[in-house]
Design a protein around this ligand. Structure first.
Ligand code: ATP
Ligand code: MG
Ligand code: MG
Ligand code: MG
Length: 562
């Protein structure tokens, strides 16, 4: 591809609306443009990379035995009424009417549709198991779309659904998907973890795993053991808590806990009238935007509530506010399960804690999966970083480490929730009707584009892994008025293209500085610069990820690239 006519509108300035690196770089390098909040256009480079991600996903899904279909994103509301999700899904569900006043939704996910497809045409055990998937646009009217492709309202998802005869079959399908996901994220060059998760709104009776790309900008927190292979998302890691440990406290009652005087576990427990064990696993909020994870745990032996900066592992007494500020670099608020909101320290208004806790959750649940600013409006509390669970591994003597993660994939054992509601049954060997056992499996295809950039960039721009780079090689003749350079560039270009290499040729009549800046920003894996040494048939060969430049002949380049 020749760059002169190719649509790559790069930007020098960092767009003010872009808060995180991947969003900034994808805009600056001319990969995407925003049309409306959470709605994006993929420009040529962005669309090439997106399609490469899709291709890898598709290859591995096909290899796993799953079959690709393509459903409409428009879904009749009746399906959602039958499964009880029309109401339960909440305001993320986009509803609309056709000219006959029939109601539809823009699919945020496709359990109902796939279950219907299979229900209508599969009747016998002989046709099962079956895994179907699609790569499709999804719509979710996210409360706060942000971070570019990371949290869009319209986004591309690969969603798969498995239909099995029994739970053992589901285990096998689930395993096949788990393995396919591991291969996909490995091929994409990502540093990721599969973590145990809880089922949340989608329901279902079986297990679920989230695939998390490790990155500081991730909106999720994951806990992993330093000794064994236990890894879970923070909600799951904290889910061990029993309901009976919660104590309901009225808002008025709560006022009396709004005191900075409590310094020890004993004081706290006698003020609250609860056993110390019920608030050991508590939540802590950072009240300014700093990305500092804080872990709090009660220490019975020394009768002290401790805070620990997870990153630095420094422990201080929670009662000592000045030290906490020093360690975390932030003012700290402190809250327990619903009904036990205890803003111990300044900077957090009780009212705001209330919103944080009640606004984002069902009754009788503690704060789970709360996303700052997205799930509740908090002006002062710019960031809620961790649901704190203590750092004891539930499987061994080891301790938990905490990381931020981007959820790029999610697999669920659904069981019979959808097949029962929609009547997806089959006749078994004895002619007896049985309900299909289902699983569902999602990958955030467009979110992956952002996650890859988040993990692979430097201060000059993106560093594309070869597998998803829009082009593999960037040829940059420094001076388009130098015939030697132009000729050598053309020769190289023709030969590589002929051999099937994807090449971008910077044939623009721009200053070298501009060309190099753009090349670094766009971040193709290999750059071949053609300068003065063109007269001797020599070029400069450089990989984007290193600083090292080698002077090579064309033959040597071919050997390297082809
Ligand atoms: P999140 O917790 O980030 O809101 P989710 O748990 O609601 O995601 P799922 O229903 O599990 O999402 O959907 C499957 C995958 O789709 C997610 O793992 C994620 O990679 C992707 N995804 C979900 N919501 C969005 C979005 N708004 N923009 C881009 N990708 C998304
Ligand atoms: Mg969501
Ligand atoms: Mg999630
Ligand atoms: Mg999920």
């Amino acid at each position: 591809m020749r760059q002169k006519k190719y649509f790559i509108p790069t930007l020098r300035e960092v767009p003010s609306e872009a808060e995180i690196v991947s969003h900034q770089l994808l805009l600056r390098a001319g990969f995407i443009r925003q049309l409306a909040a959470g709605i994006y256009t993929y420009l040529p480079l962005g669309y090439r990379s997106l399609r490469k991600i899709e291709a890898i996903v598709r290859e591995e899904m096909d290899k796993s035995g799953a079959q690709e279909i393509h459903c409409s994103f428009l879904q009749p509301i009746e399906l959602w009424e039958q499964t009880g999700r029309a109401g339960a899904y909440g305001p993320e569900l986009v509803r609309l009417h056709d000219r006959h006043e029939r109601e539809f939704v823009l699919g945020p996910t496709h359990e109902e549709v796939f279950t219907t497809v299979v229900r209508n045409d599969i009747k016998s055990y002989r046709k099962l198991p079956l895994i179907l998937y699609q790569i499709q646009t999804k719509f979710r009217d996210e409360r706060r779309p942000r971070f570019g492709l990371m949290r869009g309202r319209e986004f591309v998802m690969k969603d798969a659904y498995s239909f099995d005869l029994d739970w053992e079959g589901l285990d096998r399908s689930y395993r096949a998907m788990y393995d396919a996901y591991s291969r996909i994220f490995t091929r994409l060059g990502l540093n990721f973890r599969a973590v145990e998760a809880d089922a949340g709104a989608i329901g279902g009776e079986g297990g679920t795993h989230e695939f998390m790309v490790l990155a500081d900008v991730g909106e999720d927190t994951i806990a992993s053991c330093t000794q064994c292979d236990y890894a879970a998302n923070i909600e799951m890691a904290s889910a061990g808590r029993k309901r009976k440990e919660y104590k309901e406290v009225s808002v008025a009652e709560r006022e009396k806990f709004h005191t900075p005087d409590i310094k020890t576990i004993d004081q706290l427990s006698s003020t609250l009238g609860v056993e110390p064990s019920s608030f050991i696993k508590t939540l802590i909020y950072l009240a300014d935007g700093k990305p500092v994870a804080v872990l709090v745990r009660g220490d019975h032996e020394v009768n002290e509530v401790k805070v620990k900066n997870v990153l630095g592992a420094t422990e201080v007494s929670l009662a000592d506010e000045a030290t906490i500020r020093q360690v975390t670099g932030a003012p700290v608020g402190f809250a327990g399960p619903v009904g036990l909101s205890i803003p111990l320290l300044v900077d957090l208004e009780v009212a705001e804690m209330e919103t944080a806790i009640c606004g984002a959750n069902e009754v009788d649940m503690h704060v789970r999966n709360v996303k700052p600013g997205r799930d509740f409006p908090l002006e002062q509390v710019a960031d809620v970083r961790n649901v704190i669970v203590g750092d004891q591994c539930p499987h061994c003597d080891g301790h938990l480490e905490f990381h931020r993660g981007i959820e790029v994939g999610h697999i669920f054992k659904l069981g019979t929730k959808y097949s029962e509601a929609l009547g997806a049954t089959y006749l078994d060997q004895n002619g007896k009707e049985q309900v299909m056992i289902m699983g569902c499996y999602g990958i955030g295809v467009s979110r992956l584009l952002a996650a890859i950039v988040e993990q692979s960039h430097d201060d000059k721009g993106i560093i594309w892994p070869l597998a998803v780079a829009p082009f593999q090689v960037h040829i940059v003749p420094v001076n388009m008025n130098d015939q030697n350079q132009v000729q050598l560039a053309e020769q190289l270009y023709d030969r590589l293209v002929e051999a099937g290499v994807e090449v971008l040729l910077d044939d623009r009549d721009e200053r070298p500085g501009v060309k190099f800046k753009d090349a670094d920003l766009i971040g193709l894996p290999i750059r071949i610069t053609i300068g003065k040494q063109a007269a001797e048939g020599l070029v400069e060969f450089k990989e984007r990820k290193t600083e090292q430049v080698e002077v090579l002949s064309l033959e040597a380049v071919y050997e390297r690239v082809l």
